[in-house]
Design a protein around this ligand. Structure first.
Ligand code: C2E
Ligand code: MG
Ligand code: MG
Ligand code: MG
Length: 285
């Protein structure tokens, strides 16, 4: 098609393409030094337990402050880190930093971190998790590892062994972005997940589509039947929150509960004198 559209168009297309490729290469190169230059940090998004009303968990989310480009989204740099293998070093740093941070919170608050499928390829991953827990003295049950279906897609025998090793350590495993993959249901037969996190595209349909509501209701029932906790992602309105509570969801996460917060802000929220029980009181900065 590029040929048909004539020389001028082709040249513009090529220029745009190569500019994009260059930008990616630049980011990749910069990412290699981001860790040692201290440009990466974790922010913590509160997750509310709908039974007790308390903030029960924080999801650690990576942030990269690039010296020239400003904040780069993990959606843009995680894939680059996975391509270069840098995700292993970055992932290890996330694990260490999140455990160290969570060890300062009250004992009934846990931390959730996102694990890339690439990290699963390494046989030593469970050992690294155990080491981070030992160093931080964080109780294993206070660490949740979020994985997506892509982990179960590839080399399932190896990944299954890693998952069981992790479970033996005592950490909890959550299935993230549930409902967006191709065969979500079949994965639930493969491994006893502690928690299922419903992707936010379903939550945004609450109050708008009876069809989606029927699915969201059924997922909560299924989670309950399988003794899994159920967390709805991307809760933005009180209407959605009320609906989820009425339909048996155990936890809610989203901008309504709180935006991802800097470590000190989240720490103050869950401190004994904090505001963790108050709805909608999570400060952001
Ligand atoms: P995720 O694990 O599904 O994380 C939830 C994402 O939804 C976060 O985006 C969060 O800021 C956003 N979010 C939360 N509540 C709301 C809401 O109410 N409305 C909307 N529109 N969005 C909401 P974020 O921080 O940009 O992270 C994007 C993805 O990057 C994460 O998706 C996760 O897959 C990945 N990621 C983040 N940190 C890490 C990490 O340390 N390691 C790895 N491997 N991946 C990470
Ligand atoms: Mg996640
Ligand atoms: Mg998710
Ligand atoms: Mg996601």
């Amino acid at each position: 098609q590029a040929k048909e559209s004539g020389r001028g168009t082709t040249r513009i297309f090529d220029a745009a393409m190569s500019q994009k490729v260059c930008a990616r290469q630049d980011l990749k190169r910069d990412l290699a030094f981001a860790l040692e230059k201290g440009e990466l940090r974790l922010v913590y998004q509160p997750i509310r337990d709908l039974g007790s009303g308390r903030i029960a968990t924080a999801e650690a989310l990576l942030r990269w402050r690039h010296p020239e480009k400003g904040e780069v989204s993990p959606v843009d740099f995680i894939p680059l880190a996975e391509e270069t293998g840098l995700i292993n070093a970055i992932g290890e740093w996330v694990l260490e930093a999140a455990c160290r941070q969570a060890a300062h919170w009250p004992a009934d608050v846990s931390v959730a971190i996102n694990i890339s499928p690439v990290q699963f390829r390494s046989d030593t991953f469970p050992m690294k998790v155990a080491a981070a827990l030992a160093r931080s003295r964080l109780a294993p049950a206070r660490l949740e590892l979020e994985i997506t279906e892509s982990v179960l897609l590839a080399d399932s025998e190896h990944n299954m062994r890693i998952l069981h090793d992790l479970k033996a350590i005592g950490v909890r495993i959550s299935l993230d972005d549930f409902g967006t993959g191709y065969s979500s249901l079949s994965y639930l037969r493969l491994f006893p997940f502690s928690k299922l996190k419903l992707d936010r595209c379903f939550v945004s349909d609450i109050g708008r589509s009876a069809q989606s509501e029927a699915i969201v209701r059924a997922v909560a029932d299924m989670g309950h039947a399988l003794s899994m906790m159920t967390t709805a992602e991307g809760v933005e309105t009180s209407g959605q929150l009320d609906w989820l509570r009425a339909n048996g969801w155990s936890q809610a996460q989203g901008y309504l509960i709180g935006r991802p917060a800097e470590a000190d802000v989240f720490g103050a929220l869950v401190a004994p004198s904090g505001l963790r029980d108050l709805e909608g009181a999570v400060p952001s900065r």
